[in-house]
Design a protein around this ligand. Structure first.
Ligand code: ZN
Length: 447
């Protein structure tokens, strides 16, 4: 007698789609096949697609310290509503930042007390914290995040080339990747200062202060450092097809590099940023339609490793004002990744469901060595999302489970409603409601 059997769904697996039952015993998938035996609990999935739970490798839930901006409880429930079962929390926006053992202990406590889904943690790489990287590694971080341009937060200073170089040498020793926000500080700072000096404060002025060139210059430098040190590199939120092309070339030369892009770079363009203003402010910024289409082509060609939300909300008042440069930069989209990929990718551009599962589950689990995560396979954690691909819906404020109902995706139409999300076999989201409680556990590399 199994604990749970999910009956007759269409499973999205690396080898293709397959109609089968999924049996769950304890935390794990115990069997996959036709007409599995009796169970204490059954879910009828005959009309549904069964995806591996979405792994969001890039969120800022801002706890401890800035829970008024989001918080782990609301952030993780919003993730679950979007089909997510595991998030990687970034080392900044929380106070303290996760840059040493004590910061990590406080972050871990906040997670354990509040996370509705499983979680993993990024450590930070900042000037002066090299000696703390081994402690962070011992505490189970998936890697070290650094900013090549100003992070916007004083408490998380950007990594200069020396810090990046030394950090990569240390990270290599520890067997962990370094993740970088790749934009050139010199170019973005110079362009911003000259815009501000000329009294230019609008969306277009902001866009011009962070051109694709600034991204490409930083990617190139990060790739060179990774090549020279042998450190694994992960490029977060690459916003341009040209950036992807640069990474593809480096991979061909043997550099151990992966890259993510975000749903907002695939869904929106610079024109949307002018229309929606603060809700779409982010760095790197949104790009032209042409650049957006180029990025999509790279996704369709299988050249993007993974897609993560970079959910980074703030209170609504920080998103409003005349001076666009001063608004908080960060998009709140943790609930919409799968919806965007199904609607804009599968429906509109022919992206396969298997590719969606690879981009949102299999690939992040493999890259960050989470051995029991990311696939519908016996022996893997039963992190499962049931999606009704036949359904259409419009995202409304009341559907959002995050703290502040600010999202650029509001009032947009999507296909593929998430019906149910299970974390290690336990239902954390069903019928529009998410679990109140802390079911989540830390996922550590190698385990
Ligand atoms: Zn981020």
């Amino acid at each position: 007698m199994h604990d749970l059997v999910i009956r007759g769904g269409t499973l999205v697996r690396p080898g293709g789609l397959e109609q089968a039952d999924v049996a769950v015993d304890g935390d794990q998938i115990s069997a996959i096949g036709p007409e599995l035996g009796a169970a204490k609990l059954e879910i009828d999935a005959r009309e549904l697609h069964v995806f591996p739970g979405v792994i969001d490798a890039h969120v800022h839930f801002n706890e401890p310290g800035r829970t008024l901006w989001e918080g782990v409880a609301s952030g993780s429930r919003a993730l679950a509503a979007g089909g997510g079962t595991l998030f990687f929390d970034m080392p900044l926006n929380s106070l303290p930042c996760t840059v040493n053992a004590s910061g990590l202990a406080q972050k871990l406590e906040a997670m354990q007390q509040n996370a509705a889904t499983d979680f993993a943690l990024w450590g930070g790489l900042v000037p002066g914290n090299l000696a703390h990287l081994p402690d962070l590694a011992a505490g189970g971080v998936v890697g070290f995040k650094a900013f090549m341009s100003d992070s916007g937060l004083e408490e998380f200073p950007r990594a200069d080339d020396y810090t990046l170089y030394q950090g990569m040498l240390k990270a290599k020793e520890l067997g962990l990747p370094v993740a970088v926000h790749a934009e050139s500080e010199e170019l973005t700072r110079g362009l911003s200062e000259s815009a501000l000096a000329a009294g230019k404060r609008g969306v277009r002025d902001y866009l011009q202060s962070r051109p694709v060139l600034a991204e490409l210059e930083a990617i190139q430098r990060a790739l060179l450092l990774a090549q020279q040190t042998g450190c694994k590199l992960h490029l977060v939120h690459v916003s341009s097809g040209q950036g992807v092309a640069m990474v593809v070339e480096a991979k061909a030369k043997g550099v151990d590099v992966s890259l993510e892009t975000c749903p907002h770079y695939l869904f929106f363009t610079d024109e949307d940023m002018e229309r929606l203003q603060g809700a779409l402010k982010c760095a790197p910024p949104l790009r032209s339609r042409r650049e957006r289409d180029h990025l999509w082509q790279r996704v369709l060609d299988g050249q993007v490793d993974l897609i993560a939300s970079d959910h980074s909300p703030s209170p609504p008042e920080l998103k409003k004002g005349e001076d666009f440069f001063k608004l908080w930069g960060g998009i709140a989209g943790v609930q919409s990744t799968l919806s965007v990929l199904v609607t804009e990718g599968y429906d509109l551009r022919g992206l396969s469901l298997e590719a969606i599962a690879r981009l949102t589950a299999e690939s992040p689990a493999k890259r960050f060595r989470l051995a029991r995560k990311g696939a519908l396979e016996a022996g893997y954690d039963a992190d499962i999302t049931l999606v009704d691909l036949g359904s259409k819906f419009v995202l409304r404020e009341q559907d959002l489970l995050q703290r502040h109902p600010v999202s650029p995706y509001l009032n947009r139409s999507f296909r593929g409603k998430v019906r149910q999300t299970l974390v290690r076999g336990f239902t954390v989201y069903f019928g529009g409601r998410a679990l109140e409680g802390a079911w989540g556990k830390l996922a550590r590399p190698g385990l």
